[in-house]
Ligand binder design. Structure first.
Ligand code: UDP
Length: 349
């Protein structure tokens, strides 16, 4: 595939949509550490300013409150940035190096609450950001998801598996939006020679997750730390494979610099049932919680485990933090989150 080859200027200039979110904010940190100028776009639907407040005064970081489902223009963003790096970006408006598109609610609870906006982010949002990458000759990185595989009938999932997705169920707003995003990104790669990188992100956990985002680990940890019952959905025999955020960010950064278009699975292949996970959380938090069983959400995938051979070969990457160690690392974070909110306001459902 022919690609526009343009040596990056120094320092690289990068846009991160969803930059105030869980993964987006960790990526902003990494990019700043690597010397990038970072323009972080977020409409704060599920992102939080506290995730990026430590970057607020950094001379190479600017935040713009922005909804990328509306048309986005770099010059207009820079006017809004009203910050120290705005001038730098202005001078280099034609040499934006990277566009990382992460903006989207990502937990089933959140995309269930915002179904239409989720669809718009994965369609109009992706279209707008690809347009910007095309205009400025930037590399475009799409945060896709293991949800493109739906409720997979093969395990582990390799990148050439086409998936088993319900196109009209409650999860479809996320699954199909990301599938559309991948198709759109590939079309821009083929038709306009945009350098595209597609990462399919499997379940990831770590500091800066919202305790109330409804996902399994934030729920279990907040429940266990409050000695409340852990809510296991279904019989708990469904599986997931959980990756520590630091490992994921390392891989995404390697992909960004690599010539691989992808899609490429990133995640930790260590698979666990949800019931085992609940028990492990109780053990690690030394909680007196019990386990209760609640109905399984519609279309909840029965199993999920990444085949990461491609990432291993092309990015020379594999995760380094196991689940036991990762849980140990994040317990203090969830404790601090609970200490910061009045008792009972963190999710226990
Ligand atoms: N889950 C659960 N209890 C909870 C939250 C989630 O048993 O309090 C289950 C959910 O049904 C799914 C798995 O945990 O099987 C992972 O759900 P999560 O929302 O973390 O993300 P998903 O992988 O489904 O996108």
């Amino acid at each position: 595939m022919l690609e526009k080859l343009r040596p990056p200027v120094s320092p690289p200039r990068t846009i991160v949509t969803g930059g105030a979110g869980f993964l987006g904010s960790h990526l902003c940190d990494r990019l700043i550490r690597e010397g990038h100028e970072v323009l972080c776009l977020d409409n704060l639907l599920t992102g939080r300013t506290e995730n990026i407040q430590h970057l607020w005064n950094h001379p190479r970081f600017a935040f713009v409150l922005c909804d990328v489902t509306k048309p986005v223009d770099l010059d207009a963003l820079l006017l809004k940035a009203a910050s120290k790096i705005a001038d730098n970006f202005q001078c280099a408006a034609k040499s934006l190096d990277y566009v990382l598109h992460l903006a989207s609610p990502a937990s089933p609870r959140e995309y269930g609450r915002h179904p239409i906006h989720t669809l718009k982010l994965g369609s109009l949002g992706t279209y707008h950001m690809l347009g910007m990458a095309k205009k400025h000759g930037s590399t475009f990185l799409l945060a896709s998801t293991s949800e493109v595989y739906g409720d997979p009938d093969v395990s582990p999932q390799t990148e050439n598996y086409w998936g088993h997705v319900n196109p009209i169920g409650p999860r479809s707003v996320y699954d199909e939006a990301k599938r559309f995003s991948e198709a759109m990104a590939m079309a821009y790669a083929r038709e306009h020679n945009v350098r595209v990188r597609i990462v399919r992100i499997f379940n990831t956990y770590g500091e800066r997750m919202r305790p109330d985002d409804g996902r399994a680990l934030p729920n279990f940890l907040t429940q266990a730390l409050q000695n409340k019952p852990l809510t296991v959905y279904g019989d708990g025999m469904q599986t997931r494979s959980f990756c520590y955020v630091g490992d994921l960010i390392e891989a995404i950064y390697r992909l960004l610099l690599s010539p691989q278009t992808g899609p490429i699975n990133l995640g930790n292949p260590e698979e666990i049932t949800l019931l085992e996970l609940a028990k492990l959380v109780i053990e690690k938090t030394m909680s007196s919680s019990r386990i209760v069983f609640e109905p399984l959400p519609v279309d909840d995938p029965l199993r999920r485990r990444p085949d990461i051979s491609k990432a291993s070969v092309f990015l020379n990457w594999e995760p380094t933090v196991g689940l036991q160690e990762g849980l140990q690392r994040i317990i203090p974070y969830f404790k601090s989150q609970l200490a910061a909110v009045p008792t009972g306001s963190a999710s226990s459902s």
